[in-house]
Design a protein around this ligand. Structure first.
Ligand code: KG4
Ligand code: ZN
Length: 337
């Protein structure tokens, strides 16, 4: 089954064609980073206007690269929740117009569910149940994924998301936006032991907290010792974030007794996180799925993969499909047998 995926939940305009939920024929991402850079974050109105402009050319490019035509598309999967509401509406409206014209089924996909499904595109052996760490600019969630559509939230961040901590600290370090990739690059030249930051624990549970770390970095930069470079601070910050992400994820996997851990979301592209998560999982005999960078950050191939499971089982949200700014992942409907 050939599925067209569409993703416009935040600032990237994305379209992809995926065969049978596994084979990526195209995965086009029109980045808006250059438009939001000078504001140090995503400006919702700019994002929506740019989606309106970019969506049709992006879909056309996805079809061309996949070497298929519109009439070959058998179903449409579109991110419809959660996200910037105006941005979601542009994608959902375009997807509905196409479903109506092509007379094919359409399904709405939860953004976090699609980050989970990115792992199936990258790792053929991945099997339910597994613990998924979804770590992005807006989320830091630990989820027990039992079956398609059956997700239980185990932990979340009490305040900032890990990506937000990367982005805000990067701004204080004078790095560009988004900050995560810039910190990742700079940290390679630094020594994390020269600038140590606190690892926040939220009680005895698995929840995360990153706002204290961000504040600690800002304070440290105000009176940084002469022999500590910005690269050392970047390395110390990255190490503090990664330590907690890895520790809580493996604790969750052990507590749930699962054999697999799957990591997704933009921060999963972080090189230290990949390395440390791999070491921690190997030590415990847990198998690990982390997609390559292009499938970690927002993209539409993961949306097509997540939607395929429902489309394949004959589900169709029809033209009543709506967009929602918020919805917990646990409210996602299980896939019909
Ligand atoms: O999943 P995503 O593309 O969009 C959201 O749904 O938020 O994630 C974007 C986040 C940003 O905070 C960005 O700084 C972070 O992912 N990010 C990284 C890296 N690449 C992207 N953080 C750390 N290291 C990276 N290499
Ligand atoms: Zn995302």
């Amino acid at each position: 089954m050939l599925v067209l995926g569409i993703e416009t939940s935040c600032d990237d305009t994305c379209a992809a064609v995926v065969r049978d939920g596994r084979e990526i024929l195209s995965n086009v991402i029109a980045s808006q980073d250059h438009l939001h850079q000078k504001f140090g974050g995503v400006v919702p109105e700019i994002a929506c206007r740019k989606h309106v402009e970019s969506l049709q050319p992006t879909i056309r490019e996805a079809l061309e690269r996949a070497e298929v035509s519109l009439k070959d598309i058998q179903g449409i999967a579109v991110t419809n929740r959660p996200g910037l509401i105006g941005a979601l509406i542009t994608g959902v409206s375009a997807a509905k117009a196409m479903a109506l014209t092509l007379e094919v089924p359409i399904v709405g996909v939860h953004h976090l569910e699609s980050h989970i499904w990115a792992n199936f595109l990258a790792e053929r052996d991945l099997q339910f149940p597994f613990v998924s760490l979804i770590v992005s600019g807006g989320h830091t969630d630990l989820v027990l994924a039992r079956a398609p559509g059956d997700y239980t939230l185990l932990a979340r961040t009490a305040d900032d998301a890990a990506g937000e901590c990367f982005d805000k600290s990067a701004r204080a370090l004078g790095l560009g936006w988004p900050g995560g990739p810039a910190v990742d690059r700079l940290a390679r030249e630094g020594d994390a032991n020269k600038a140590r930051f606190p690892r926040a624990r939220v009680g005895d549970g698995l929840d995360f907290s990153f706002s204290g770390l961000k504040t600690a970095v800002l304070r440290y930069l105000d009176s940084r010792p002469m022999d500590v470079s910005l690269a050392d601070v970047a390395a110390g910050l990255q190490e503090a974030i990664v330590d907690v992400l890895v520790a809580n994820t493996v604790r969750a996997a052990e507590a749930c007794g699962v054999r697999w851990v799957a990591v997704g979301g933009g921060v999963a592209a972080n090189s230290l996180l990949k390395e440390r998560m791999r070491e921690a999982c190997d030590e415990r005999g847990i198998r690990l799925a982390i997609p390559p960078g292009r499938l970690c950050t927002d993209n539409a191939a993961m949306v097509a993969a997540a939607g395929h499971w429902r489309l394949e089982r004959g589900m169709d949200d029809g033209l009543e499909l709506d967009a929602f700014a918020t919805e917990p992942l646990a409210d996602v409907r299980p896939v019909a047998a």
